[in-house]
Design a protein around this ligand. Sequence first.
Ligand SMILES: Cc1cc2nc3c(=O)[nH]c(=O)nc-3n(C[C@H](O)[C@H](O)[C@H](O)COP(=O)(O)O)c2cc1C
Length: 254
Amino acid sequence: MNNDIIQSLYDRKSVRVYEDRPVEEDVKQAVLAAAIQAPTAGNMALYTILDITDQDIKEKLSHSCDNQPFIATAPVVLIFCADYRRWYSVFRAQDEHTRAPGMGDLFLAQADAIIAAQNAVVAAQSLGLGSCYIGDITEHFEYHQRLLKLPQYVVPAVMLCMGYPTMQQREREKPRRFETADLVHENGYDEEKAAAMHRMLSGLWSLTGDALDERLRRFRLRKWDSAFSEEMSRSCAAMAKHWCGNPEEQKETL
Ligand SMILES: Cc1cc2nc3c(=O)[nH]c(=O)nc-3n(C[C@H](O)[C@H](O)[C@H](O)COP(=O)(O)O)c2cc1C
């Protein structure tokens, strides 16, 4: 079954090289307006979108987000932050004994932010823009907090780079996906399906035997046993600790 929307989901792929021309302001505003049409828990919009227009900040992000130079060349850089600050400040203004945001609120706000980001991705695609998520924005929390002036109850969830794709990027093949049936379990987690990971990888990478093993080894070293992923775990733990920190200490800024 197919239609225009489903086809656009199949056609979308990450774009990391952009034409050297700006994204028109009305196009960017259309993407931002579409982002906030996303579903949001309780219609609370538990996020803030940082529109990074300062080249110096883009350069800094290109280093702090695992040294990815294309971030500095992206005409549009958006950081979707989980944000409970606005709501907590009005709750607290009504009742100073109201509870402080906890981990559940952080998870919910992260979900809100990421769902809005995906709306932006789909909207951008429909307007001829290419985009790429940058998960590394959750690394170096303390640095990003200072760089982006993030107060308590505002933490980065994902970053998006956007711009018009070069011809090479338009023609680049989209990476294959796992099979739907391998990722969908009926009525509960199916350990047997999960145990088929080697077969799933063999299909994804079109490799078998030693070649598959070697590809998996290299993938593990790049994506798992790597400095960036250790830093991401450290940084996210610091983020969670900060989020759940004593609001009394932050009171004067709320
Ligand atoms: C949460 C998240 C974080 C990502 N972080 C990065 C990143 O830091 N750098 C990058 O080049 N791509 C990043 N990507 C893009 C993925 O690598 C890409 O979506 C994946 O390889 C599938 O390719 P496709 O998007 O072209 O279909 C990220 C994607 C997601 C969803």
